[in-house]
Design a protein around this ligand. Structure first.
Ligand SMILES: CC(C)(COP(=O)(O)OP(=O)(O)OC[C@H]1O[C@@H](n2cnc3c(N)ncnc32)[C@H](O)[C@@H]1OP(=O)(O)O)[C@@H](O)C(=O)NCCC(=O)NCCS
Length: 179
């Protein structure tokens, strides 16, 4: 039903549509898309530069302060449409060890509830293994029922639940998956 693929200009149209959806949805769990400008991304050159920046992030080049190398995978449907992302951080910082974990993911609002998130994490774990990990940390907000289910059905073992990074925000659940 889905594959994980490295970012490519071939998915520009559905990627931009997904960014618009995330903006309209305003979900606090998917802040990543909030800083992306769909108008700018619609430009071929701008989009190409954006894809190139994700490749540099994978290679650990030109990283902003405090950032670690990370591989961004795009979740692609069998119709060739962008459905979301799986982001694998190659190392943990103090922040990631507490709140972010090794792997983050999301599914665009119009494609939720069809099992895509569960399958995407399953494939993401296979990619993490290929990157050399033997275990990975995955976190989610305590009140994010869908994400909790996704992590638990993919073998997540709860280490603990700690106060989240945002004041007055949800508690954070920290899980480890052995690969
Ligand atoms: C969390 C998210 C990735 C789920 O993606 P999805 O493709 O809808 O997930 P799935 O269809 O695989 O559903 C997983 C489980 O959650 C359940 N579920 C889905 N949406 C739900 C909701 N809104 N409320 C409660 N349960 C929900 C599904 O029924 C399924 O349960 P099951 O395992 O018993 O069948 C998606 O909602 C999302 O992108 N949210 C915003 C970003 C985010 O929270 N990312 C995770 C950060 S830790």
């Amino acid at each position: 039903m889905i594959t994980l693929q490295l970012p490519s200009v071939a998915f520009k149209e559905s990627y931009v549509a997904a960014v618009r959806e995330f903006h309209a949805d305003g979900n606090r769990q998917a802040e990543y898309y909030g800083v992306l400008d769909p108008e700018k991304l619609s430009d071929q050159t701008y989009f190409g530069n954006y894809v190139a920046s994700l490749e540099r992030q994978r290679l650990g080049e030109d990283l902003p302060d405090g950032y670690v190398p990370a591989t961004e995978f795009w979740i692609i449907t069998d119709q060739g449409l962008y459905a979301g992302r799986v982001h694998i951080r190659h190392q943990l910082t103090e922040y990631l060890r507490k709140f972010g974990g090794h792997i983050g993911y999301n599914v665009r609002p119009s494609m939720r509830g069809q099992g895509i998130g569960s399958e995407a994490l399953q494939f993401g774990l296979q990619e993490a293994r290929k990157l050399g990990f033997e275990s990975v940390l995955i976190t989610c907000d305590d009140d994010n029922i869908a994400s909790r289910k996704i992590i638990e059905k993919n073998g997540g073992v709860l280490e603990n639940t700690i106060p989240g990074e945002h004041p007055n925000g949800a508690m954070k659940r920290r899980y480890w998956v052995t690969l």
